[in-house]
Design a protein around this ligand. Structure first.
Ligand code: AMP
Ligand code: MG
Ligand code: MG
Length: 259
């Protein structure tokens, strides 16, 4: 109740315009973000002991163009787990990811640096910019396209990557400190609690395409769901921000420093 009220007060969500019967030509002409990067990690897991030092084994990201609803670019890597290098049978069954695939994968710190390079390429070739990112100019120019991250639930960026980077003392890219949780956005926008990502798609008459619990297929299907929600009138807004250490002091920090 508190979150719902808070979200409404902060204007984090906008109800769909049910009175509008005019079909929209584009998916999201009224969106804040020109692009959304959809991420869905797969991690080590066990039938019984879950949530215990899970490590990322698949790192996919798809760039969703909010104007067209199309995926314009993709990043994908299998990642070698190091704390528990041997996948459980349960994990392979759930995700379809094999021991051979993770052994041919790369360690997380290499994957993160390749991911950073992919983001830089998007910045240079497509003018992608992230909110709160340090830039030379303060106001976004006409060639800049605002972008943020989107995941199904807060688990991927708020739990999985966050804790693995902490444990391994890896530098997490600062841009991954805020994102849109599509699950809570869906709940508030349609006023119903979906049964997983697949259930959320089914409720809208969309069939899940590919293999469930494959990180890349999950990411693509999450992107399809987000595109559908935007064409239904949902304006995507950041729902979660983690505290990041800022190089540039904020007004409050500057004030505290003076004290
Ligand atoms: P998902 O994006 O739903 O495929 O889930 C991401 C990760 O959460 C998986 O790679 C697993 O590590 C874990 N997970 C998801 N569903 C289950 C489950 N039913 N039992 C145990 N772990 C799960
Ligand atoms: Mg997931
Ligand atoms: Mg998944």
């Amino acid at each position: 109740f508190f979150n719902l009220t808070l979200c409404r007060e902060l204007g984090l969500l906008q109800r769909r315009n049910q009175s509008s019967s005019v079909p929209k030509k584009t998916v999201g002409s009224n969106q804040i973000f020109s692009y959304l990067i959809v991420i869905d990690f797969e991690s080590t897991c066990w039938r019984e002991k879950n949530n215990y030092n899970q490590e990322i084994i698949e790192f996919p990201a798809v760039l969703l163009n909010t104007r067209t609803g199309e995926i314009d670019s993709e990043f994908h890597n299998y990642v070698q787990p190091q704390e528990h290098p041997v996948l459980s049978e349960f994990c392979t069954e759930l995700t379809g990811i094999t021991q051979i695939q993770v052994e041919a994968g790369i360690p997380l710190h290499i994957c993160l640096s390749q991911f950073n390079r992919w983001l830089q390429t998007l910045q240079h070739t497509m003018g992608v910019v992230f909110p709160n990112e340090q830039r030379n100019t303060s106001a976004p120019s006409a060639t800049e396209n605002m972008c943020t991250f989107l995941t199904w639930s807060d688990w991927d960026l708020g739990v999985c990557l966050q804790y693995e980077c902490k444990r391994k003392q890896l530098h997490k890219p600062d841009v991954l400190n805020s994102w849109i949780d599509l699950r809570s956005t869906y709940r508030l926008f349609y006023s119903r609690k979906p049964k997983g990502l697949n259930g959320a798609l089914q409720d809208l008459g969309i069939q899940f395409s590919g293999r469930e619990h494959s990180g890349l297929d999950d990411s693509r299907n999450t992107a399809r769901l987000a595109a559908r929600m935007m064409s239904d009138g949902c304006v995507m807004r950041i729902t979660r921000s983690l505290q990041s250490v800022s190089v540039r002091p904020t007004v409050t920090e500057g004030f505290l420093l003076k004290l």
